[in-house]
Structures are given as structure tokens and as C-alpha cells.
Design a protein around this ligand. Structure first.
Ligand code: COS
Length: 382
């Protein structure tokens, strides 16, 4: 079974993230949400502290940490501003993971190193207007021309699409082979024909930009093919297994942040002659919120532990994401209710947390997809 004994390094990472979130992130969170403003300076600082290359080995400029440290950090930052953890999650568990496992040394030197050192932002472009949950239906194509590839198509729902430096793009290299004819490419911002679109006007996670990316005769050298031989779809699926642990940790952070604000408010707010925390109906809400968050956190840490110890974590990561995202939505709704009318205005944070929570049930595999993944794993097991 997995252990709940966190070592000194893990606890130190958690504390650094907590302090950073409180001192550096909290002061501007309401404004960034309101203005859909990207937290560029915050990410630069997090990059300098090693949070953008957490699980990359020091040989390639990373911090050489484990997944447990990563989820502890994500939770602490998501408590304050989950939009910041979108970059942390995508970069650490999708982009850096793929480059670590599938890139050549030359590709690692050129792309992984600046990412791990926090000098660049990397993003993941799998979804398309007609390929969301059904990710095998890629319409973006990549055609080999001599020593180059020419890509055409359209990606959407690209987190940090406007502000990224490197883009992992999945494209069909042989339509007849279906998912065995999909490959993964890395494209640099500014490559001719490669154009991020206008950021979407979203309900939540507003400080994180989400864009389309259009590709029109984008010519890149063969050295920007990652993996190759039609391995792209399998690479994406494997990476998403790990990515889902990060999103689940983000959901736990959102819920924990909302719970802590609710407790603080319920101790201060008086009604019927006493603080509302002394009313049983408020106590029932807080107790349910807390028990569910603890259960969600255990699932997240179990998935992280299994990943760190080289065990199969597909079932655990899908369960963690399914449950933690549902808890984040339920808890933030209850947190708003505890705050009453004050919860409905921006100043008290919980209305933003409720908006931010929703997407955790959608991106990196909807809750419906997680249930498919879970049942398939159960069928293999029993
Ligand atoms: N982990 C590792 N490999 C996986 C996998 C997983 N969780 N799920 C599927 N695969 C592999 C399969 O093993 C198979 O590989 P082989 O052909 O080498 O055996 C391949 O992927 C195709 O699998 P399958 O036939 O099961 O594909 P389906 O079209 O039935 O779809 C789901 C599988 C639905 C699980 C997949 O499309 C999915 O996860 N969709 C959601 C995508 C997503 O998360 N999008 C969000 C992107 S980021 S915003």
C-alpha cells in the first residue's frame, strides 16, 4: 500500500508553494480573473524556483522531484489561483514527460532544457474542433517532404495557446492506419503558417488563455518529430494518464481553498446571535466538504505514489480525476452557500472558485471518459 509519510523534501516543496501562493499570487488574483490577464511574472518566478521542471532530471535542467512533491505543490497553488496551475500541470506532466520519455538527446537539449529551467512554456495540442473525447479522429495532417514535414489543420482548446513558446502537436501522418498513423511534433512559436487564435472568453480559469491554433503549410524539419513511427496517439494517451493526476490535484486545491475560506467566514459571520459555524446546518456542510476533500486527496496521492514507484496507475489516476473534479464542483457550490450573498460577489473568491472548478470535469478527459477508462481497467483486472 502507499505511504502517507511525506519526506522532508516533499514537505519543503509544499511549504515553498504555500508561501509563494500567499505572498506572490493572492494579491492579484481577483484582477487577473476579471481582466483575463495571464500571470506572466508569476510564472517567470515559479520557473526560477524550479516549478516548471519539477520531475525532469537535473541533467536536463530540472528539479528531479517526484510526483508526490508535484501534487503537493499543485494543491497549494490551486488553493489560491488554479489558473496558474494549468501551466504547471500541462508543462510538467504532459510536455516535459513526453520529451523526457520520447525525445532524442538533441531534442532534449533544444526543447526540454529551456522548459525545465523555466525559461519557456510548452503546451499540448491534441483536441480539434471535431476530435475532443474521440481523440483518434485527427484531421490535422503532416506530410513528409524530403527532410521536412508539412502540417495543415486546426487545433482547439489549447491551454496557454497564446503565451506558449513550444507546442506539441499531434497530426495524422497516415490516415489509413487510423490511430497508428498519428505522430507527435514540436513546433516553435513564430514558425511561418503557425498561428494561435484569439483567447476564448471563458466562464472560469480566466487568467489562463485558451486558444485555437491554425496550421497552414507549416514546414518543420524531421528533427521536430517526437517518437515517430505512428506512436503519437499512444504517447498522448500515456501522457494523459499522468496529466490527470495533476488536474485531480488542482481540483483538490480548489476545494481545499474554498473550504478554508468558508471556515474563516463562518467563524466571523454572526446570525441569530452566534457565529454561523455554531449552527448545525453550517457544521454539516463543512464536515461533508472536509471528508470529501480528504478522500479525493487520498486518491490523488495514491495515484502519484503508484506512478513514482513504477506501478500501474491508469485506474488510480482516472479515479482521482473523476472523484476530485466532482468534489471540487460540489464543495465550491457549498462554499458559496455558506457565504450567502457575499459568496455571490467577486471579493470573497468563492464565486470564482466555483467557476474555476467546472473545467476540471471537462479537460484532459471528461468525467464520462474517466468512467470509460476506469471500467476498461476493471474489466482487465477482474
Ligand atoms: N493509457 C495508455 N494507452 C491507452 C489508454 C490509456 N489510458 N487508452 C487507450 N490507450 C491506447 C490503447 O492501448 C490502444 O493502443 P494499441 O492500439 O497500441 O493497443 C490505443 O490507445 C487506442 O485505444 P482504444 O482503441 O481504446 O481507443 P478508443 O478510440 O476506444 O478511445 C479513449 C480511448 C476514449 C480512452 C481515448 O480516446 C481518450 O482518452 N479520449 C479522451 C482524450 C482526452 O483526454 N482529450 C483531452 C485532451 S487534453 S484537453
Amino acid at each position: 500500500m502507499f505511504s502517507l509519510d511525506y519526506d522532508e523534501i516533499q514537505l519543503q516543496i509544499k511549504e515553498t508553494a504555500r508561501k509563494f501562493a500567499e505572498e506572490e499570487i493572492l494579491p492579484g488574483v481577483i484582477e487577473r480573473d476579471k481582466n483575463a490577464e495571464f500571470p506572466r511574472e508569476i510564472l517567470t518566478k515559479l520557473g526560477e524556483l524550479g516549478f516548471l521542471g519539477m520531475m525532469v532530471s537535473p541533467e536536463w535542467g530540472g528539479s528531479g522531484l517526484d510526483t508526490v512533491s508535484y501534487v503537493l505543490a499543485i494543491e497549494e497553488i490551486a488553493k489560491v489561483e488554479p489558473a496558474v496551475t494549468i501551466v504547471l500541470s500541462v508543462q510538467n506532466s504532459l510536455v516535459n514527460w513526453i520529451l523526457t520519455h520520447y525525445a532524442s538527446d538533441g531534442q532534449k537539449e533544444k526543447f526540454l532544457k529551456p522548459l525545465a529551467e523555466g525559461k519557456a512554456i510548452g503546451v499540448f495540442c491534441l483536441s480539434e474542433p471535431e476530435a475532443g473525447s474521440d481523440a483518434t479522429r485527427q484531421n490535422t495532417t503532416a506530410e513528409k517532404q524530403g527532410d521536412s514535414w508539412v502540417l495543415n489543420g486546426m487545433k482547439n482548446w489549447v491551454s496557454t495557446g497564446k503565451n506558449a513558446d513550444f507546442y506539441l502537436v499531434f497530426a495524422q501522418t497516415n490516415k489509413a492506419l487510423r490511430h497508428k498513423g498519428i505522430d507527435c511534433f514540436i513546433i516553435e512559436k513564430g514558425t511561418p503558417g503557425f498561428e494561435p487564435g484569439k483567447p476564448e472568453d471563458k466562464m472560469g480559469m480566466r487568467a489562463s488563455d485558451t486558444t485555437t491554433v491554425s496550421l497552414e503549410n507549416v514546414k518543420i524539419p524531421d528533427t521536430q518529430l517526437i517518437g515517430g513511427a505512428g506512436s503519437g496517439f499512444n504517447i498522448a494517451m500515456e501522457a494523459l494518464n499522468g496529466g490527470r493526476i495533476g488536474i485531480a490535484a488542482q481540483a483538490v486545491g480548489i476545494a481545499q481553498g474554498a473550504l478554508e475560506l468558508s471556515i474563516k467566514y463562518a467563524k466571523e459571520r454572526q446570525a441569530f446571535g452566534k457565529p454561523i459555524i455554531e449552527h448545525q446546518m453550517i457544521q454539516q456542510k463543512l464536515a461533508q466538504m472536509s471528508a470529501k476533500i480528504d478522500a479525493a486527496r487520498l486518491l490523488v496521492h495514491k495515484a502519484a505514489y503508484l506512478k513514482d514507484t513504477g506501478q500501474n496507475f491508469v485506474l488510480a489516476s482516472a479515479e482521482a480525476k473523476l472523484y476530485a473534479s466532482a468534489v471540487a464542483n460540489e464543495v465550491t457550490r457549498e462554499a458559496l452557500q455558506v457565504h450567502g450573498g457575499y459568496g455571490y460577489v467577486r471579493e470573497y473568491h468563492v464565486e470564482r472558485m466555483m467557476r474555476d472548478a467546472k473545467v476540471t470535469e471537462i479537460y484532459e478527459g471528461t468525467s464520462e471518459i474517466q468512467q470509460i477508462v476506469i471500467t476498461r481497467e476493471l474489466m482487465k483486472k477482474y
